[in-house]
Design a protein around this ligand. Sequence first.
Ligand code: FAD
Length: 393
Amino acid sequence: MPDVVVIGSGGAGLAAALAAHAAGASVTLATKLGVASCNTAKAQGGIQAAVGPDDDVETHLADVIASSHDTADPALARRLVEDGPAAVAWLEGLGVAFTREADGALRLARCGGATRRRLLQVGDRTGHAIASALRAAVESADGIEVLDHARLVALEPGRATVERGGERIALDHGAIVLAAGGRCKRVAEETGELSTNGDGATGEVAELAVALGCAERDHDSLQRHPTGAAWPPPLAGYAVPETTRAYGALLRNGRGERFVDELAPRDVVAEAILRECAEGRGAETPDGRPAVLLDCSPVDPADADISLPYMLRRYRKAGIDPLAEPIHVHPVLHYQNGGLVIDPDGATTVPGVWAAGEITGGVHGRNRMMGNSLLDCCVYGRRAGRAAAEAVA
Ligand SMILES: Cc1cc2nc3c(=O)[nH]c(=O)nc-3n(C[C@H](O)[C@H](O)[C@H](O)COP(=O)(O)OP(=O)(O)OC[C@H]3O[C@@H](n4cnc5c(N)ncnc54)[C@H](O)[C@@H]3O)c2cc1C
């Protein structure tokens, strides 16, 4: 019987498994699809941490609280930002090579709602780089067993049951960390909206946890990424990274006018786009769907080469050069703001059950800032994994 069972192989689950292992626990990590399948690996833009010369954790905290419109849990948000610089150092130690300027300084961008340049990047495949490094560390650790294609189907005190290859396997444990991400893929399928999320984001683990007695908060609060690709069809639902706007891209309506501060908090930008479309000032896609235009021409091509290469490649492959012509964008379902209630060590309200990452609520309140979710996975994944291991010991 493992000391600690971890559910999910995204950033939060991998970080939790590593932390529990480092604290001396034997760990079994079960994940629904392939081990590499998670939203974490899809993250492009970057991870926030107060590491810049003009920045500090109090400023980061103030930005989180303001962007959440005072709905974030202050104690959870404080832990998030306070652990930020150490989380970045930990990732670097695991081999994540954050993009640096010619003088060796970390390349930092200012994202929506931030008052400082605080976003560290690995080109525009930051999540992929982080997930790959964490996965390599998990796979090389002696004492972490990984069960892929093992879907959690039942949760009881001290026992998690997974289904794998048609067989049900009972994983008895001393403690469990739930890190199964959000549910935006399922919601999108139910409502017909586009979503940026991968196939694993279906939310059943949170439902099992709530049935077990875990408290939840802000369940109704779902975030829309302001700039989902609306055209061409092969890119529908692709999240055009917020770093386009961080490096100067402008939003324009159908009349060519700007209508919002491009680096306002995410919900403000998304609502402004929806308003332009609803009030007849949008710029319809060639097939008649509502959209506005993202004008990337102000982005310095040198910045685009360093920080947006994946985005450029995807559009150019589809026959559009975003630096030469404006692209059609519209908000798409992206992130579950609400989730399981946790304390600053990731403990849920049910003894023996910890949680981390997008499955939890409160860290970001009802409006998450870009870059703080990858940070959340590392900070709260590590906290939950360590606390779960210590509780068993
Ligand atoms: C396109 C895109 C771009 C993004 N860009 C950024 C960004 O630039 N910066 C940022 O900070 N955030 C970004 N985000 C958000 C961020 O990536 C995610 O919120 C975060 O990585 C979630 O991590 P997680 O570990 O909680 O969940 P995930 O990474 O989604 O992992 C959840 C895991 O749980 C597994 N699972 C689900 N159900 C079960 C089950 N029943 N049994 C077993 N396993 C299960 C899944 O298969 C998966 O492995 C982006 C998200 C997307 C989709």
